[in-house]
Design a protein around this ligand. Structure first.
Ligand code: NAD
Length: 333
């Protein structure tokens, strides 16, 4: 018994001394930049390695280690994980909804292979945790349109949605079959002022601020009455970190939690912006992205995330618009 206790103590000591070492893949994208900066604040700059295909983002420069990485190169990724004693991976590299429709096979290939490379290395190396975002794009025209629940009809029609749904199934499979602690959120459209969006259908809700400030007018590629679930980036970053910091026993969904904060239409966000910029005008010229948006829910039910790990949003439409218009001008200068 004494030997056993000693072993337990030694194990606990080793565990408590074990350093978290995080790899962020796709760190130069809309989410990656802000998530990397937030993780560096929490874990120490040297313990969060940023990586991407692109050149290092200017906001990341000088804030911590950066490596150039193509996540499709599994061998290189594996070497990186071993060499840096990585314990957690955040995989953000992906082809997004609008870009995916232009080259469906490429989107499928990249979105699937990147996830499988990471999950498989996590299994082989016994990584502590993996984060991989899903999306509201998993839902399709046959899903309920309003207050769409976690478990409902899921029949995505875009290649992006199909790849996210398949990815969710893989995450659950690796969790059940190999005990990989992978966690996921179905992000709504994300709005931010620091890093540009990367080819999604909800990008209009970021572009509109740039055009409102620079041109005082915006031509929207969606119809005025297109309601979509959206979220301000600080809420999305906090949700991601809170999910990853939660005790594993609280995580009942491995496939991607529904996550929500606000839903609005282009007409509504334009009216909110007009309160701050009275001469702002908007016109509408829907393109191929309208069909993508029409297949998605207008609002999401996220009560499971709220119940399981205490999710609570902070930003609604007026608060988000005010914050964007306060902070974006300095970024544009
Ligand atoms: P983004 O396009 O802005 O960034 C993705 C980054 O991945 C880019 O910097 C890109 O250079 C990098 N990348 C692409 N291919 C790569 C490769 N082969 N190897 C390494 N890096 C590569 O995307 P984002 O908006 O930051 O989204 C991140 C994740 O969140 C994606 O999985 C996306 O599907 C998901 N998501 C985003 C939103 C949103 O509104 N932004 C909504 C729902 C889900």
């Amino acid at each position: 018994n004494i030997t056993c206790n000693k072993l337990n103590l030694a194990f606990n000591y080793q565990q408590s001394m074990k350093k978290d070492k995080i790899l962020v893949i796709g760190a130069c994208g809309q989410i990656g930049v802000e998530l990397t900066l937030a993780l560096r604040k929490m874990y120490g700059e040297g313990n969060v390695i940023a990586s991407d295909l692109r050149e290092e983002h200017e906001l990341l420069r000088g804030t911590g280690p950066y490596v150039s990485l193509d996540v499709m190169n599994k061998e290189m990724l594996h070497v990186l994980v071993i060499r840096h004693n990585i314990t957690q991976v955040y995989l953000l590299a992906a082809i997004l909804s609008a870009t995916g429709e232009k080259n469906p096979l490429l989107a499928w290939h990249i979105n699937m292979a990147s996830l499988l490379n990471v999950l498989d290395i996590a299994k082989e190396e016994g990584l502590d945790k993996v984060y991989w975002p899903s999306s509201i794009a998993v839902f399709g025209p046959n899903s309920p349109k309003e207050d769409t629940e976690q478990h409902t009809i899921i029949e995505p029609t875009t290649i992006y949605g199909i790849s996210k749904f398949a990815g969710e199934r893989w995450c659950e499979y690796y969790n059940h079959r190999y005990n990989v602690d992978v966690r996921s959120l179905r992000y709504p459209g994300l709005i931010s002022y620091k890093s540009a969006p990367g080819g999604g259908t909800t990008d209009y809700a970021v572009e509109i601020f740039h055009e409102a400030l620079e041109e005082k007018s915006y031509k929207c590629f969606l119809r005025e009455d297109t309601y979509l679930p959206m979220m301000y980036m600080p809420d999305a970053i906090r949700a991601t970190i809170e999910l990853m910091e939660s005790d594993a026993s609280k995580i009942s969904v491995r496939a991607g939690y529904n996550l929500a904060s606000m839903s609005f239409s282009p007409k509504e966000i334009a009216a909110e912006i007009k309160k701050h910029i009275p001469d702002f005008t908007i016109s509408y010229e829907p393109d191929y992205r309208q069909a993508i948006a029409d297949g998605w829910p207008g609002s999401i039910n996220d009560e499971l995330a709220r119940k399981d790990w205490g999710w609570n949003h902070e930003y609604d439409l007026p608060k988000m618009v005010e914050d964007m218009l306060t902070n974006l001008p300095a970024q544009l200068a």
